[in-house]
Design a binder for this molecule. Structure first.
Ligand SMILES: Nc1ncnc2c1ncn2[C@@H]1O[C@H](COP(=O)(O)OP(=O)(O)OP(=O)(O)O)[C@@H](O)[C@H]1O
Length: 272
């Protein structure tokens, strides 16, 4: 089916669709690698590829063979170098194609099976954050949503206790042997303390934020959990959701974002 003619080129609707999809793909790749070291590697690889096309067109056989080898090995190297970006890209696709992300469809599909009430009692958590922030005690709290967090719980001390502010404060007290690491709240209970979380290697995180915040972000990249970090240094509250870190939140903002995020049963990130 012909859409229009451009000089000697016949352009069909499928070609337009193809061009649109490639543009979207390039835009997404640009967004993922923008500002990172990976973007320079990507540009370097692209230049080598252009050089390859040039020497091939000029029929410089030896140079073509060398660059051909370089590009095929380089493709493998690119997968290793860009593993973080590729993971983020696949997660992005996974999230946006998840049918249950559609609120209307989800309500219709799950109307008989799910209550819209959050399973996570937020009050003791927010009260704890408030106290930790005013006392400049650090804290790292992981709130489960849908993903299984058991392997992270196993990295720390299993507690399996009712959720309460006094217990959370006792755990995060600097005199407690459990205060280091993260507390995992699973199914509305304190499942474990002193847990080790994956650390994000995001280059765009401000250097003022240390490993507590990197761990919060890393956990939100690896799972759909909501992760609260209370800074020991500044008393500031941060929240990591779906690979995004919201810093310097008021208690009210933290509550609103958490309610919005945890009350959406299957995958909508809280809007910023
Ligand atoms: N991978 C991790 N998993 C769980 N907890 C971690 C991890 N990395 C760091 N932490 C916790 O963060 C604490 C403080 O780390 P650090 O001072 O580097 O963080 P920060 O982001 O600068 O936070 P703060 O503002 O509180 O100083 C550690 O003592 C530890 O309890």
């Amino acid at each position: 089916m012909l859409a229009f003619r451009l000089g000697f080129l016949d352009i069909g609707w499928l070609d337009l669709l193809d061009i649109g999809l490639v543009a979207l793909l390039i835009y997404q790749i640009y967004n993922l690698v923008r500002g990172s070291v990976a973007s320079r590697v990507f540009i370097g690889y692209l230049l080598v590829y252009l050089a390859y096309l040039l020497v091939k067109a000029l029929s410089l056989n030896l140079m073509t063979t060398i660059l051909e080898y370089f590009i095929s090995v380089g493709a493998l190297a690119l997968i290793i170098i860009f593993q973080h970006e590729i993971r983020r890209f696949l997660l992005l696709i996974g999230k946006s194609t998840n049918l249950t992300n559609n609120r209307w469809l989800r309500r219709w599909l799950l109307r008989d099976f799910e209550s819209t009430e959050s399973q996570m009692p937020l009050k003791p958590i927010l009260d704890t954050c408030k106290t930790l922030a005013t006392e400049f005690s650090g804290g790292l709290l992981v709130l489960q949503r849908n993903d299984d967090l058991e392997k992270f719980a196993q990295s720390g001390e299993i507690i399996d206790a009712d959720l309460s502010k006094p217990l959370l404060l006792a755990i995060f007290s600097q005199y407690s042997p459990l205060h280091d690491g993260a507390v995992l709240i699973i199914g509305g209970r304190i499942r474990a303390a002193r847990c080790i979380l994956p650390v994000s290697d995001d280059d765009e995180l401000p250097s003022s934020l240390g490993f507590r915040h990197r761990a919060a972000l890393g956990m939100s990249e690896a799972t759909d959990a909501a992760v609260i970090a209370v800074s020991e240094e500044s008393g500031r509250l941060s929240l990591a959701l779906n690979g995004e870190l919201f810093t310097n939140l008021s208690l009210q903002e933290l509550e609103t974002r958490l309610e919005q995020y945890l009350n959406e049963p299957h995958g909508h990130p809280a809007e910023s």
